[in-house]
Design a protein around this ligand. Structure first.
Ligand code: AP5
Ligand code: MG
Length: 217
């Protein structure tokens, strides 16, 4: 399956993607995680992305689209993938359509996670992620690690993301509404959007998402 996951910052895209990718046996491709990996490795791409991320702005399309395409062209993504955080504006969605067309494949669904704004603010405020791998995600009260400050998955140190400050979160939400939400209409025109409420326990949301995806809606 080829799936796009969409939803505001803190909606639980990364959290759900980990379970959905495992259930569906497809790679989880998060452009945010790819940027953070580049930043921690000190690459040129990471240096280009960091200032935009810290400001809560989108990294320019010239950088992002190439990086996403390179990842999608890896052998493990040949049979499908779960995109998390890409596309994030209409021109990225158009570039993705173009790339899929060249490969002779199509998207199966765009899964839209719906969460009220006050809840995303709480989720982001308590989020802690792993230094070794930013796809290892915890929350101080909703999904606490067994040992405070230590990743359950790999033992890495947990920390708060640089862009999770209150001011940057406000900016990220604004960018989401103005630049990312329009892709929902773009994909509605292709009859691909499945919207699910993303409140409730993590596993309840996963069940809802799996049912929606398997329902072929
Ligand atoms: P990115 O890393 O994609 O951040 P985001 O979209 O802002 O989303 P988040 O990762 O903050 O939230 P999430 O929905 O994954 O939530 P999570 O599962 O962690 O992007 C960061 C930056 O990179 C962007 O601002 C931009 O600069 C750049 N970028 C990335 N992609 C780009 C692109 N395509 N183009 C241009 N720039 C790009 O969950 C949040 C918290 O809630 C966690 O603590 C979790 O444990 C908890 N939680 C999750 N589910 C539940 C639940 N059901 N109940 C209770 N708690 C829950
Ligand atoms: Mg994420």
């Amino acid at each position: 399956m080829r799936i796009v996951l969409v939803g505001p910052p803190g909606a639980g895209k990364g959290t759900q993607a980990a379970y959905l990718a495992k259930n569906l046996v497809i790679p989880h491709i998060s452009t945010g995680d790819l940027f953070r990996a580049n930043i921690s490795q000190g690459t040129d791409l990471g240096k280009q992305a960091k200032a935009f991320m810290d400001a809560g702005e989108l990294v320019p399309d010239e950088v992002t689209i190439g990086m996403a395409r390179d990842r999608m062209n890896q052998p493990d993504a040949a049979g499908g993938f779960l995109l998390d955080g890409f596309p994030r504006n209409v021109s990225q969605a158009e570039a993705l359509d173009e790339a899929l067309k060249e490969d002779g494949v199509t998207l199966d669904a765009v899964l839209d996670l719906e969460v009220p704004e006050e809840e995303v603010v709480k989720r982001i405020a308590g989020r802690r992620i792993c230094r070794n791998d930013s796809s290892h995600v915890f929350h101080v009260s909703y999904s606490a690690p067994k040992q405070q400050g230590v990743c359950d998955v790999c033992g890495g140190e947990l920390y708060q993301r640089d862009d999770d400050s209150e001011e940057t979160v406000r900016k990220r939400l604004e960018v989401y509404h103005t630049q990312t939400e329009p892709i929902i209409d773009y994909y509605k025109a292709q009859d691909l959007v499945v919207t699910i409420p993303a409140l409730g326990k993590v596993e309840e949301v996963t069940e809802r998402a799996m049912a929606a995806l398997q329902g072929g809606e």
